[in-house]
Design a protein around this ligand. Structure first.
Ligand code: OAD
Length: 244
């Protein structure tokens, strides 16, 4: 599909839609300087997920896992939302029904001002007690290694969905409802290979939505969507909100 044609169509669909759902991945934050997972400088190119982002890894060596999350917290703390994050805040303001589903844990969507969102993989600025399950915001950088719960002194872990873990059922339900109800689904900056988010394009399409993708490259989603736009999120997403 030609890029210019695609952009005009997505603009028109967004301008007339009453219900819009957005799915984002690390590509939207790449323009803020946050590393992706599978790109040239992606995290999974230099680190082994099974050593750092699984419940087994945390049980084996919680100190190592916290050290890695401290490094990521330090890196992300210096980053700010970019024009794509802010354009989505504007989209939320305009649409009657809006829901943003993000796989990102960097917290840049809420920092930009998005209110109606599910952070389906968690948030790096939240911690969860491994004993009592209490979730708290904690922005300490660095966080003391082996941090303890303020309620029960249990060991705290990052409030992140690790490999082998399930999404929070309430987040999943809310996301599914938004995918079924939307007129337009906009998918931005995800490789589209991690489930369940990898199935969201097809799900929304089956439910009758117009589905568009913004990504630097083509992805498995590109075959499913109505329009695939290749480009940088921070340039394309604001453009999509301009009057058609
Ligand atoms: P990936 O690293 O797998 O994919 C990033 C995508 O963003 C790629 O398709 C890139 O082409 C695209 N991209 C990069 N820069 C971009 C830009 N400036 N504008 C537009 N697109 C750009 O990251 P995710 O799809 O987010 O899970 O990965 C999904 C999940 O896998 C993550 O949430 C994480 C990881 O393991 C957990 O941590 C639980």
């Amino acid at each position: 599909m030609q890029r210019s044609t695609g952009i005009e169509e997505v603009k028109a669909r967004l301008a007339s839609a009453r219900a819009v759902t957005v799915l984002t991945g690390s590509g939207i934050s790449a323009d803020s300087g946050v590393p992706t997972f599978r790109g040239a400088d992606g995290l999974w190119r230099s680190f082994r997920a099974e050593d750092l982002a699984t419940p087994e890894a945390f049980a084996r060596d919680p100190r190592l896992v916290w050290e890695w999350y401290n490094w990521r917290r330090e890196l992300i703390a210096t980053k700010s939302p970019n024009a794509a994050h802010y354009a989505l805040v504007e989209l939320e303001r305009r649409a009657d029904h809006f829901w943003l589903i993000t796989q990102n844990v960097d917290g840049l969507h809420p920092i930009a001002g998005t209110r109606q969102l599910s952070e389906i993989h968690g948030n790096i600025w939240k911690v969860r007690c491994t004993q009592c399950g209490k979730v708290e915001t904690n922005r300490a950088v660095p966080i003391p290694l082996l941090p303890q719960c303020s309620a029960c002194n249990g060991l705290l872990r990052p409030h992140i969905v690790w490999f082998g873990e399930s999404l929070d059922p309430a987040d999943l339900d809310r996301s599914m409802a938004a995918l079924r109800a939307c007129e337009v689904l906009l998918i931005i900056g995800t490789s589209g290979i991690v489930y369940p988010a990898a199935a969201f394009a097809a799900l929304a399409k089956q439910a009758g939505a117009f589905v568009a993708e913004v990504n630097l490259d083509s992805t498995p989603n590109s075959q499913v969507v109505d329009v695939a736009i290749q480009g940088r999120a921070k340039e394309i997403v604001p453009e999509l909100l301009q009057t058609p």
